[in-house]
Design a protein around this ligand. Sequence first.
Ligand code: SAH
Length: 351
Amino acid sequence: MEPVFIKNYTLPDLEAWVESIGEARFRARQLFRQIYNRHIRSWDECSDLSKMFRAQLEFGTLLNASTIVEKQEASDGTTKYLWGLHDGQLIESVLIPDPPRCTLCISSQVGCPFQCKFCLTGTLGFKRNLSTAEIVDQVCQVGQDQGARRRITNIVFMGMGEPLANYASVLQAIRIMVDPNGLAFSHRRITLSTAGLIPQLRRLGSESPVNLAISLHAPDDALRSELMPINRKYPLPELLSACREYPLPPRKRITFEYILLDGVNDSPKQARELVRVLHGVRAKVNLIPFNPVDSDFRFNYRRPSDARILAFQEVLQQAQLTAIIRQSRGAEISAACGQLVAKSSNSVASD
Ligand code: SAH
């Protein structure tokens, strides 16, 4: 019999499953709390469950969906986790302490199908979607590993993969993250970042009030299609009208991520164009100076000079558009999107 990955289940799913093996329904809530509040590492720790039920759990289920293969901590505290999955695939998460916040950046797919020109994950190709358990486990096991040292305050879907291309599992994972009996995060502390899959974006708006971030990266259709091939399917004007119609809670804004690539999308003229296209959208902009990746992966992009980055920000601010420059973190441990996995697959390939 295939083992049940217990972290695939929301509380109602778990109630149904517990009943299906002949246990009382209320046991599910007890179990859910043990898993997500007490962060148990094995069923033996559940001394309040009968021996019989524990044996059923032990032989019929898997508590963890992944194991830590490697962990690297940079001098600024940024910590990168490399996970091994049951079928040998690798994914990564990055913990970014920034007191009083401590943000965990998680993956939603193994690799990515969308091949954005500046992103290392795209070069790995697409392997498969993550299950709900594999998504949730990144949060559970980092929490366990860090213990009282650092408590995760925020979760961002900005690791490997496109979360909206794995809609069902991602939404199910969010349900477990926000369940008061589960990981008990507020929706306000969870951000989903997308390259702009319009139908799923509309669905998300009607189904979950998590924060939304859009990877924009260009102020016009032609350049965006060049940098992000997905733009040919979901062009910029349609993406922006979906953003205008997005049902935002009061005082909330959509975050637009904009990687600054020297001489490509960072001119003052392009900054003015960005202001123009974001008109009427409740927006704030995160400017992300390009994070140079290893020289063995030859991307033809460079980080702009600080003067150019500041000049770009200035244009947006002059137009009353909030624009924050994101400092890159954990450079010495390759904390940019896809770098650790790319390195370890590289070393496997050259063994
Ligand atoms: N697929 C989703 C989430 C993963 S990417 C999305 O596109 O939003 C998360 C963010 O990291 C995106 O904004 C992406 O463009 C950015 N990113 C990828 N490679 C980068 C690099 N080399 N330097 C800086 N940011 C990068």
